[in-house]
Structures are given as C-alpha cells and as structure tokens.
Design a protein around this ligand. Sequence first.
Ligand SMILES: Nc1ncnc2c1ncn2[C@@H]1O[C@H](COP(=O)(O)OP(=O)(O)OP(=O)(O)O)[C@@H](O)[C@H]1O
Ligand SMILES: [Mg+2]
Length: 499
Amino acid sequence: MPSQRSETSYRRLFEGHPQPMWVFDPETLRFLAVNEAAVATYGYSEDEFLAMTIADIRPPDDRVALEKAVSDVSRRLAYAGVWRHLKKDGTPIEVKVTSNAIDFEGLGARLVLIEDVTAQSRLEEQLRQAQRMDAIGNFAGAIAHDFNNILLVIRGHSAALLDELAPGRLRSNVEQIDRAAERASEFTHRLLAFSRQQVLAPELVDVNAVVGEMVQMLERILGEDIEVILQLEPSAVPILIDRSQLAQAFLNLVVNARDAMPSGGALTIRTANIELDDAYTTTHEGAVPGPHVLLQVTDSGVGMDASTRERVFEPFFTTKDEGTGFGLATVFGVVKQSSGSISLYSEPQLGTSFKLYFPSASDTPAPRVTHAANATLEGSETILVVEDTEVVRALVKEVLESYGYTVLTAAGGPEALTLATAHRGSIDVLMTDVVMPRMTGRVLAEKILAVDPRVRVLFTSGFPVDTVFRNEVDEGRYGFIEKPYLPAQLARKLRELLD
Ligand SMILES: Nc1ncnc2c1ncn2[C@@H]1O[C@H](COP(=O)(O)OP(=O)(O)OP(=O)(O)O)[C@@H](O)[C@H]1O
Ligand SMILES: [Mg+2]
C-alpha cells in the first residue's frame, strides 16, 4: 500500500507528463482523468474533458472503428495505432495511441498515452509524393529528349522546303507540317520544364512587375464575376528566374482559379518577403531555410478533396473534359527549377490557395545576357559536327553548308578524333552532342582542345548542362544550343561563338 506521499508523487508523474495522457472507462468511453499536456494540446479544459467521451474527439467517420478497437479487451498493454483526433477548435491532428489496462479507483479502466505525429506523417507523405514526381519526371524527360531529335529533323527539313517553295498548295502543306511540329516542340518544352531538364534563361525578376503585367490581361481571362484582389508587397525582393516561365506558372494558376469559380468569386494575389525557418523546412519536403519571396494565388472556388490534392502536380492529371493536366505540372517544374518550394491548401467548397516560395536573389548578380548580333549569319569557317543520330547529322551538315561553312561530320568521339588528326586545314568549331554512347561530348572536346586550344566548342543537347558545365558556358568558354533548334538559331549561335 503506497503511502500518502508517494501517491501524490505518482499523481504528479501523470499530471506533469510532457505528452498528453488520460484515463477512460472502456464501458462508457468517458474520460476519468486527463493531464495538463492533454489540456494544452486539445484546447479543452479539464472539466470539459471530464464531461466528454473519447468518441467526442474523433471525426464522426472514425467512431465505428473506435468502438471496435475499444471492445477488443483481450490485450492488456496495447499499441492502438495511429488515429485522427480533433482539437476543440476543429483542427485535425494525427496521433499515435498506446494504452494499458489499469485499475483506476476500483474501476477497470484504460490509461492512454498520446504522441502527436501530425508533422511527421505530413512529411512522410510529401516525401512519397516527391519521389513519385521524380520518377515521373525522369520518364517524361527521357521521352522529351528522344522526341526533340525527331522534331529537329522535321523542322529543319520543313524550313529548308519553305525556303524553296513558292506560295501555293505544296507550300501550305509544308507550313502545316511545320506548325504541327512547332506545337509538338512546345509540348516537349513543357515536359522538360516539368522534369526540370529545360535549359533556362534566368534573370533577376521583380515578381510584382510580372504580376502587374499579367493583371492587365486577367480581366479578359477571368470575366466580370470574378473579383481580383491584389495584396502586393511593394518592396518585394527580386528573384532569379526565367521570366517567361514565371509568367507561365502564374497564368496556369490563374486559369485554374477561374475554372474553379464558374459562377464567380474572389481571386486574391499576394506577394510577400518571407523568411522560411526550420519549422517550415522540416515539415515541407524540398524547402530550404532563408529569405524567400512568396507568390500566393487564392480562389474561393470549388476546392479539392484529398485524392485530387494528392495528384494535382502530376502531368496528365486532370478532372476537366478539355484539360491537358499540364498546368500544375508546369508550375511544379518551374518552382523546383528555381530551387523554390510549393504548398497547397484546399478544401472542397471552400477554395484553394497555392503558395510558391522562391529564394530571394538580392545578393546574386544578374547573369550575363548576350544579345545576338545583327550581322550576317553566313560564315566560311570549318565546322566538325559530331552527332550520333544520322538524320540529325545529315540535316546539320546541309544547313551549315547552306550558310557557307565547310562541314566535316562524325558519328561519335573516336571517329571525330581520327578525322581531326587526318584533316589538313584548321578546324574552327567543334559542334558536338553532349550525350553520346562511346565518348561524351565533353571528353571529346577536352581531347581536341589538348591538340589545338584555338578550336571553339559548341555543345548541343536536348538535356540541359549540369551546373559545373553551365559555369563554363556562362564564362564563354563553350557555346551551348538546346535541341530542337531552327537552322537560323544555329547559324546565329555560330556567329556569336566565332565573332
Ligand atoms: N484552383 C483550383 N481549384 C480546384 N481544383 C483545381 C485548382 N487547380 C487545379 N485543380 C485541379 O487540379 C487538376 C489539374 O490541374 P492542371 O492545371 O494541372 O490541369 P487542368 O487545369 O485540368 O488542365 P489544363 O491546365 O491543361 O487546362 C485540375 O483538373 C483540377 O481538378
Ligand atoms: Mg490548368
């Protein structure tokens, strides 16, 4: 029989335990005792708790399962699983429940220990989501890469035909082909943007300015029944991003908001300077701490249920008859590519809010912007073209010859090296694909430069260059052109590199 004093100390262990605990009656489900942490976590006072049953802190849907779990009295010490509980203010939390059968004031009762795992399970879910998006991204990137080579050939040949054909039926056929191929190449761009493999032109951008420009167009897009509310932070810090991509992402969010408010509503656009702290970044996969600029788009529309919320960023996921399901996939790609993070709040019938966080770029110098010279695009230099896809190789040769260049071609690194050694005159430019099976473009370039450091190098790829490589391109040591490119773009790039 414990003494009066030790009973008081044991009581304190219960009351002062840092995690929520309570005792309940398994017959009536009534709370018999609760500790301070339970009061603090759930928001009910002790008296309120004692007038309630444990079913009252469950969402209605979970009550049947609860009764079943409680009636299973066979186990004494039991891990009762992860449950959803409701706080007094209605906020749901996820909790891990452990219970033990005890004797409480002569009654067979249960002692319960609660661990709040809300943040942890949200993070796990985000991680799963991120992994799934990564897998889809790799897949999309690979398809877009192969597709780019094909489009390059189609557009290159149709451009050549258009140069020759006089107006008439044949010419308009070729124009249709070219237009279709152009649309297809927009499609691969979207896929690449989503898979974060697009080569970008980042610059310092004032988010408010982009929003401001777009807002003028919004009225036409939105119609009269949607009220636009602007809450722009006047001193928003610039961010480093591809301007047209930011505009595209914003537009996609606005169009979705409009679609969600068929009979009108409010669209709120907010910008703010926000410091993301550890509390945010540890609960949001992919977020990094530090100063950010927030772009938030909120609508009062139909909202989304949990199963929709989970999949909205996937390409091709749509609930609309005419939708492509690319809108949010693009937004996701743009944000990720700018090292930003994204969060989504939405409830059915209440509306939706997307928050895009972009790292502030106040200290980052604006990247160099090169302007194409207006000079003629012709040239007489010698270009060594290395490309493993035969049709692309033949096309590039034809294009470059039409601009006056002397062209040597090779299907891969080893052949290119043999050719370069055997060639009597000088080679002015090595134009090589980056990704090739036997020798990468980079290794080839290093070998050729070791023999003749005056050779200019132009890399080409449907993939972007990695960061290290990007620096070299930025410093002007190498040129880079993204596939698919048009003949004139290639010619311009070569003049930039040579002049
Ligand atoms: N603001 C929103 N409110 C409610 N649901 C939304 C909202 N934004 C997106 N969704 C849901 O997410 C889905 C995917 O959006 P996404 O923009 O990727 O494609 P889409 O709008 O269906 O097609 P597209 O953008 O090509 O027109 C939508 O079909 C819709 O179900
Ligand atoms: Mg959309």
